[in-house]
Design a protein around this ligand. Sequence first.
Ligand SMILES: Nc1nc2c(c(=O)[nH]1)N[C@H]1C(S)=C(S)[C@@H](COP(=O)(O)O)O[C@H]1N2
Ligand SMILES: [Mo]
Length: 424
Amino acid sequence: MRSKLSGRRQILKDSAALVGVAVGATRSVGGQTRQSGASGEQQALDSDLAPYGDRSHFVTSERINRCILPSPRSHFCLLTPLQNSVGIITPSSLHFVLSHDHHPPDIDPKTHHLLIHGMVDRPLTLTMDDLERLPSVSRIHFIECNANSATQPMRLAQTATVQETHGYTSCSEWTGVPLSVLLSQVGVQRSASWIIAEGAEQSMHFKSIPLLKVMDDVLVAYGQNGEPLRPQQGYPLRLVVPGWEGINNVKWLRRIKVVDQPYMGMMESTKYPSLRMADGKARWFQFEMGPKSVITRPSGGQRLPVRGFYQITGLAWSGGGAVRRVEVSTDGGATWKDAQIQGPVHQKAHTRFRLDWEWNGEEAVLQSRCTDERSEVQPTVAEIARIWRVNVDFFQKTPLITGHFNAIQPWRVTREGNVQNAIF
Ligand SMILES: Nc1nc2c(c(=O)[nH]1)N[C@H]1C(S)=C(S)[C@@H](COP(=O)(O)O)O[C@H]1N2
Ligand SMILES: [Mo]
């Protein structure tokens, strides 16, 4: 039997040999055959001249459009290709998008204002210039729509990819001003307890957020991954509400009203589908996203070409704080091993984990389980069913289930090496 290390060494040797073959080999591009070495040089030259860089034309990973509700007219959705992710940062161009209007408003930052008013002593209007002069911070946080993993057929199909089952989450470095700093300028009145944040698009998305959370870690962000926010992410200004349902992260932010009660907008009442329970009641004011993880490679739709060494890798995150531990099982949950966690681990951020694995060619079921710093453990489907007081088959029958579906995700590797969704 080969040891783990020699297996890995063999891989390194094999891939070195492959590189040797590939250099200078000819390749067919768009019907023409050309020297791959030469095309690489040409591209390097072209991108030297490009004022704003592009990725290699060999890289084709893209977001896909799969909507949550049956009527795609009411919202616009793009899912992040997590199967191709490396590290913890989602490139801005691949960040998932969930908007209730189809087109992001085209906002000129020179004329954009943020108004802070309501139960404050000194209402304030800030320009983008004003905001950029204030003390800023940069923090790495995930955003996750609470409908992530909660919709059919993506959740059920054996052919589902991790992009379809988990692509409504992404992780960026956000730069901006803590909202607590802005509120300290306006003098919040003692009886205030909530804010309402409003976006500038036609449909005026708004969301009530408790003041306690706002004073803790909410950011008014203008930067994403080292540059201004992308239009679909809220350019020029958005809220980042770390660890809480995506819906709180109000994009195209133009107004914050300090108030003494939640305003129960369309998006925070029974109309918000993923808050609805099986018995027709709604669960309100559950904001924090629970501990969750998923193996991104190998994952649904991928193929293991040969038996032997693979590194299992994936992402873990929790709205409750930092990820403390990720365990991986390669035998359907019978036994678990601690995965290596890539540091530094950030609060309420995607966290990369890895586990070396020898595939022996037999059927295997791979899954990961996240534990956060508060010792909250990612549940199985059966455990979630118990919490929601429903039968497990509820999650199979109902097209749109309650949000916050953070169940352990199993991937089955068949003897042929095909990787399939094995959640049911
Ligand atoms: N103004 C505005 N903000 C919004 C939304 C919206 O439709 N309009 N959608 C919300 C929802 S439901 C989610 S999940 C997140 C998604 O953020 P992203 O599109 O940057 O990934 O934005 C939230 N903020
Ligand atoms: Mo969302």
